[in-house]
Write a protein that binds this ligand. Structure first.
Ligand SMILES: NC(=O)c1ccc[n+]([C@@H]2O[C@H](COP(=O)([O-])OP(=O)(O)OC[C@H]3O[C@@H](n4cnc5c(N)ncnc54)[C@H](OP(=O)(O)O)[C@@H]3O)[C@@H](O)[C@H]2O)c1
Length: 324
């Protein structure tokens, strides 16, 4: 099969690779589209290796058509249109993945839309609800609100009656986040950034903070959280080091939770996908929640797609497609 491989100089090229053979519990998918994620940029540079046993090819999510199924699989058959959460391997003609990580494409969705779902909606759900214990009428701060994960998280919060503020890199992104359901937000290079974050319409502080920025935001995050607040750290875009006064963690009984999706067990991922199908799939079909697609590139243009993501000038997802 053809796949996008990373060369020694970190450039990307389409090369021949071995077609995966599905295990007993796996589905072999003929990939139509793959979502691009920030993690792909890191893996490409050697900073985010795939978990043991996973494909070394980039790509954490895809949509496509079932090509064949392993002997123990019951749900899918050849020809079904599906999307899947992957530990790797999406930037290829074929990928094989545990049946529990696969879901049928939502009705009427294009392959591009379907490939925009698995990684960011699974991440948003896992961290807001399972890790963050989000409840109705909670207040939520989402850093990098216009990211793929952020645009999914804003919509889930809106759909489940929580009020959200965001931090973003531009006024245009803020406008888009508000259209998706955020109450307000702040632009991160503005001089009064943290003052604004602390004085949004949500003056009561935050119950949950979804943070992909890490070290530079830790101290402010702790002071913005309400008593019993939950800080869910899902990324370290500003770095991993911080020097903070822990007294607020103690006195406000704050929970600081670190969370990664990719290295969780197949059982955990299957359970998460089942929850997404039950809770979020109906909202996709009704249009209450929709993946946000910023740009679609051919697989042969993966380099350009990565450049666009690295520019930080995106709201939502970038997709690689076999056709445009
Ligand atoms: N833990 C997990 O399981 C998991 C799973 C998926 C994703 N993630 C993490 O979630 C984050 C978003 O991923 P994504 O694929 O959705 O990314 P994305 O769409 O590429 O968005 C990332 C955005 O983050 C902002 N940003 C970049 N560098 C920053 C910095 N130094 N400080 C503050 N903001 C910065 C930029 O937006 P603005 O310019 O608008 O701020 C950028 O557009 C990443 O950190 C990723 O690693 C974690």
């Amino acid at each position: 099969m053809k796949a996008i491989l990373v060369n020694r100089d970190y450039s990307l090229t389409i090369e021949e690779a071995e077609t995966p053979v599905p295990g007993l519990n796996e589905i072999l998918i003929k990939v139509q589209c793959a979502g691009v994620n920030r993690a792909d940029l890191m893996q490409r540079r050697g900073f985010y290796p795939p978990p043991a046993g996973a494909s070394t090819i980039l790509g954490l999510e895809c949509s496509g058509i079932v090509e064949s199924v392993g002997g123990n699989c019951e749900r899918y058959q050849r020809g079904d249109k599906v999307c899947a959460l992957l530990p790797g391997g999406g930037y290829a003609e074929y990928v094989s993945v545990d049946e529990g990580s696969v879901l049928p494409m939502p009705a009427e969705f294009s392959f591009e839309q379907a490939a925009s779902i698995p990684e960011v909606f699974a991440t948003a759900w896992l961290n807001l609800f399972d890790e963050g214990g989000l409840k109705k009428h909670n207040t939520v701060l989402i850093h990098a609100g216009a990211s793929g994960v952020g645009t999914a998280a804003i919509q889930l919060c809106r759909a489940y009656d929580s009020r959200t503020c965001v931090t973003v890199g531009s006024q245009l992104k803020l406008k888009k986040c508000i259209e998706l359901g955020a109450v307000d937000g702040a632009v991160r290079n503005a001089a009064d950034f943290w003052d604004r974050v602390g004085s949004f319409p949500i003056r009561s502080g935050y119950d949950v903070i979804l943070d992909s920025v890490g070290g530079a935001y830790l101290e402010a995050n702790l002071s913005l959280l309400n008593p019993e607040g939950r800080l869910i750290i899902i990324g370290l875009m500003s770095g991993s080091k911080a020097n903070v006064n822990l007294s607020e963690v103690l006195t406000k009984r704050i929970k600081i939770i670190g969370s990664t999706l990719r290295n969780r067990s197949l059982l955990e991922k299957a359970s998460l996908m089942k929850t997404l199908e039950k809770e979020v799939w109906p909202k996709f079909v009704s249009g209450d929640v929709l993946p946000v697609v910023e740009a679609i590139y051919l697989f042969s243009e993966a380099e350009k797609a990565h450049e666009l993501m690295a520019s930080n000038n995106t709201t939502g997802k970038i997709i690689l497609s076999k056709t445009t």
